[in-house]
Ligand binder design. Structure first.
Ligand code: X2X
Length: 339
């Protein structure tokens, strides 16, 4: 008997045993009072998805099977643009989205993506768990969506390319770069004189592979787990913005839950966000060597000239005007003077 066949038989014997033991759980699952979908754009291997699945299991246990949360990662239910429409209409109940993309609906939500605003993670969490985060959540509520308190980490974004490394702002001139669908992203890369193309994450790998664009920018954890290194050669540690995911909920679906279930869901979602932050930050910090082995060539440019270029292009002044005095002063209170 081959090893794999033996393993298969063993596995099915185990399944029979555990199937028998867990039969009551299966029965309970079938009678879940609430069966909700949680959609997101992240690859299965990303720590985000591991924590999301763990959270869904904990919620099911703690609600005695009354609340069943199904996790759909990897843009399985559509692109970010599609999923945002679906969470608004109720087609999906829960959805995590970058604040910068959410800004197509809630303009204030892109404010954390202002170029070079955050020096480090402690400042990010102080700001997003503090007054600026509360302000953005208020704006999200005004737009008709519910949002959990804790934002999940995507990370500090780095720039990859198949053609040339980015060593300073001049290398961005004419650079064909994919950016997510978001006015702030387009504006920032126009300020660098690049040629940004708005493309949903679900299409990024193939856009890079077919060379529709030369490069893209994302945190290392995502460059690794989405295997973007397979279709890119250079990685420039530009650290040009921090990006995170707001946990959004369809309002009617949230309001339909009894208070005891709401409490369990909120506690577990926010706890998962905290664990995901720790995992993702650690992966962003540790995965560079692995990516080097996989063939990416790294460089670390000085951020100074990039900031200067944005300032000279009027980027900070323009966005301060768009966000307005209140939001901008909350940002500057947390990170220091930007414009
Ligand atoms: O689309 C991207 O690049 C991603 C996955 O980082 C976001 O969700 C903003």
């Amino acid at each position: 008997m081959s090893f794999s066949r033996r393993a298969l038989l063993k596995a099915s014997a185990a399944a029979a045993v555990f199937g028998g033991i867990s039969a009551p759980h299966i029965a309970r699952a079938q009678t879940a009072e609430f069966s909700y979908k949680f959609a997101n754009n992240l690859p299965e291997q990303h720590p985000f998805v591991t924590r999301a699945r763990e959270m869904a299991a904990a919620i099911k246990t703690e609600t005695n099977g009354r609340f069943d949360l199904q996790v759909f990662p990897n843009s399985q239910l559509g692109s970010d643009t599609d999923m945002l429409s679906q969470v608004r209409s109720g087609g999906i109940e829960f959805f995590t989205l970058s604040g910068l993309i959410l800004a197509t609906l809630v303009p204030a939500a892109s404010i954390n993506g202002i170029g070079f605003a955050f020096p480090d993670y402690p400042t990010v969490w102080k700001t997003m768990d503090g007054e600026l985060g509360a302000y953005v959540r208020g704006e999200i509520n005004k737009a008709g969506l519910e949002v959990m308190e804790k934002i999940w980490d995507n990370g500090f974004r780095q720039t990859t390319s198949s053609t040339r490394p980015i060593t300073g702002p001049d290398d961005f001139k004419g650079f064909k770069i994919r950016v997510p669908v978001s006015p702030l992203w387009t504006s920032m890369f126009r300020a660098f004189d690049a040629s940004p193309a708005s493309i949903n994450f679900s299409e990024v790998y193939s856009a890079l592979q077919t060379k529709i664009v030369e490069g893209q920018e994302n945190p290392l954890a995502l460059i690794s787990t989405a295997k973007l290194y397979e279709v890119q050669k250079y990685c420039s540690l530009t650290n040009h913005m921090w990006d995170g995911f707001w946990f959004l909920m369809n309002r009617k679906a949230w309001q339909a839950l009894p208070d005891d279930i709401k409490t369990i869901v909120a506690r577990n979602v926010n706890a998962a966000a905290m664990n995901e932050r720790a995992d993702t930050e650690a992966l962003n910090a540790s995965v560079k060597d692995d990516l080097t082995k996989k063939g990416l060539v790294f460089n670390q440019p000085d951020p100074g000239p990039f900031r200067e270029k944005l300032r000279a292009a009027g980027f900070y002044a323009e966005w301060k005007g768009k966000y307005g005095e209140q939001a901008w002063s909350l940002l500057e209170k947390a990170v220091g003077k930007l414009s």
